[in-house]
Design a protein around this ligand. Structure first.
Ligand SMILES: Cc1cc2nc3c(=O)[nH]c(=O)nc-3n(C[C@H](O)[C@H](O)[C@H](O)COP(=O)(O)OP(=O)(O)OC[C@H]3O[C@@H](n4cnc5c(N)ncnc54)[C@H](O)[C@@H]3O)c2cc1C
Length: 506
């Protein structure tokens, strides 16, 4: 059974999603004699490669075996952020008294309605990625499982698609860790969790990375008792430690049970429940829950797609091997997105796809290493980051000056009761070139945008001090950080000269 047909529950929203992302009555077109581009996989990387190439006049075939839109639309960004929004509504209602507002009858979460909203939003967004839309834009859409049958040919549903160029964009899938008994006991992943219609009363989330933290907080706020189990001693190990500590404190304040530095020894069924044996601290304990959600582990989809026949090098951990132009060992074939990138994000897949189109058709020499890829974890508060971390810089022998401003010093953050967090900007020592930045706060992802713009356009931190921004906004924090920077550039001599000029003024 195809993944598309296993969409659950079969309500009107999932029927609408299917009608766009994998129309049951779809008839594949008659293949062209030869395509300029054949794209294997219709997630973000595949869709963007296809639409940009078709827009430039190329003859393009797009092959998708399950749901167009891939992980982002169906099992990733869209459903998770929609769920998080409901969870935030709970937190806002819970905190209403802080703003002088009483919620006299307490808060009741209608979990079924929350999940229906997730399905509705996903269905409403899906026309954008639909088979019909792509066909109307001139792309030949083939629904079926594709595999390379040679260096310049791909087979799908009995058709042979010959190509001048191809893109492997088959993405990645959940790859649960090998814990004894986990598979037998059954567990949820990002591919199944958004199908829930009943709230698990007790939920164990394995892995405190971005997916684990976001979903742990969401389910806790929606009324589950969540235990978040992580082998490291802190959540979000990749992040700036000060930033991760704030998210960790927020999770604990929400009531998430944090089992850090913990190892799951085995999982077993216990009637309708599941029992996890966990080594934590000096001892071991049993944790009984109703569901286990695996929030860690992604494996690139490289097996069974004929990469060997096409002469494309790969391995099951890193995925498809590409050079800096994202070209594979077969010079006709490129790769983009989660199947080949370490940065497994939708916007990275999008940027990589555009780079591939340039390099495939326009003698481009665009390099993946030149892409500046920021990211954000959408917990509350969010953590957003771009560029170097302090530890990366230290490892590369790059000296930094760091400027940090707390959200508590920003009038709007105070007015909104959103003062938890900070903005930290690293510049190369003695220069104003921004080397990296981390923002923690409720709107960190949006606050990061101007810093990504500044970095990608070589705008130094010093220039942001003269920026005029509306008052009161949280974005004024940028100016505060720039101000902190410029103050350090005022030498004692310059300060004396300025004071003298002020004295002379009449
Ligand atoms: C829970 C979760 C939340 C996330 N949240 C965010 C977020 O907020 N922001 C963000 O930037 N990123 C987020 N991501 C990551 C993001 O979803 C991925 O980086 C993005 O979807 C990658 O796009 P892709 O095109 O490379 O792969 P995919 O979206 O996985 O698409 C690959 C497609 O290829 C198809 N395919 C595979 N094999 C074949 C075959 N043989 N024949 C035909 N078709 C095939 C698959 O069915 C799939 O549709 C999240 C991920 C998860 C799991």
């Amino acid at each position: 059974m195809s993944d598309a047909l296993s969409l659950w529950p079969r309500d009107r929203w999932n029927e609408a999603l299917l009608e766009n992302a994998h129309p049951p009555a779809w008839r594949n077109p008659e293949p062209a004699a030869r395509y300029d581009l054949v794209v294997l996989g219709g997630g973000t990387a595949g869709l963007v490669s296809a639409i940009v190439s078709a827009g430039l006049g190329a003859r393009v075939a797009l092959v998708e075996k399950a749901l167009l839109g891939g992980d982002c639309l169906n099992y990733g960004c869209v459903p998770s952020k929609t769920l998080l929004r409901s969870a935030r509504a709970v937190a806002d209602a819970r905190d209403a008294a802080r703003f002088g507002v009483r919620v006299p009858d307490g808060i009741a979460v209608d979990f079924a309605a929350v999940m229906e909203r997730v399905r509705r939003v996903r269905a409403e967004i899906s026309p954008h990625d639909s088979a019909r839309r792509y066909a109307e834009l001139g792309v030949d859409v083939f629904l079926g499982e594709g595999r390379f049958a040679g260096r310049d040919v791909l087979e799908v549903a009995g058709a042979r698609l010959r190509f001048k160029r191809a893109v492997v964009a088959t993405g990645a899938r959940a790859a649960p860790p090998s814990i004894p008994g986990l598979a037998e006991a059954g567990h949820l992943t990002n591919e199944t969790v958004f199908s829930l219609v009943e709230r698990p009363a007790r939920l164990a989330v394995i892995g405190a990375g971005p997916v684990g933290c976001e979903l742990a907080q969401a389910f806790q706020r929606l009324g589950s008792q969540v235990s978040l189990i992580e082998v490291a001693d802190q959540v979000l190990v990749r992040e700036d430690p000060d930033a991760a500590a704030l998210v960790q404190a927020a999770l604990a304040a929400d009531g998430v049970e944090l089992l850090l530095g913990a190892k799951i020894l085995n999982v077993a069924r216990a009637g309708a429940a599941k029992r996890l044996r966990v080594a934590h601290g000096a001892g071991e304990r049993d944790l009984e829950v109703d569901e286990v959600l695996v929030g860690v582990g992604r494996a690139p989809n490289v097996l069974g797609i004929g990469l060997e026949a096409a002469g494309i090098a790969f391995d099951p951990v890193r995925g498809v091997h590409v050079n800096d132009q994202l070209r594979t060992a077969n010079p006709r074939v490129f790769a983009a997105g989660d199947v080949c990138l370490a940065a497994k994000f939708t916007h990275a897949a999008d940027a990589a796809a555009k780079l591939v189109v340039r390099n495939a058709f326009f003698f481009g020499r665009r390099r993946a290493q030149d892409l500046l890829v920021p990211w954000c974890t959408y917990t509350d508060p969010e953590i957003a980051h771009v560029g170097l971390y302090a530890r990366d810089a230290a490892g590369q022998g790059i000296a930094l000056d760091t400027f940090e401003v707390p959200l508590a010093g920003n009038d709007r953050s105070r007015a909104d009761g959103e003062a938890a967090g900070f903005l930290k900007i690293h510049v190369r020592k003695g220069k104003d070139a921004i080397a990296g930045a981390t923002v923690v706060g409720r709107h960190a992802g949006d606050l990061l945008a101007p810093l990504a713009l500044a970095m990608s356009n070589g705008i130094g931190l010093g220039r942001l001090v003269d920026l005029i921004l509306p008052y009161p906004t949280q974005s004024e924090l940028l100016k505060a950080a720039a101000g902190a920077y410029t103050r350090t550039r005022l030498t004692p001599l310059a300060a004396r000269v300025l004071r003298a000029l002020i004295r002379l003024a009449r």
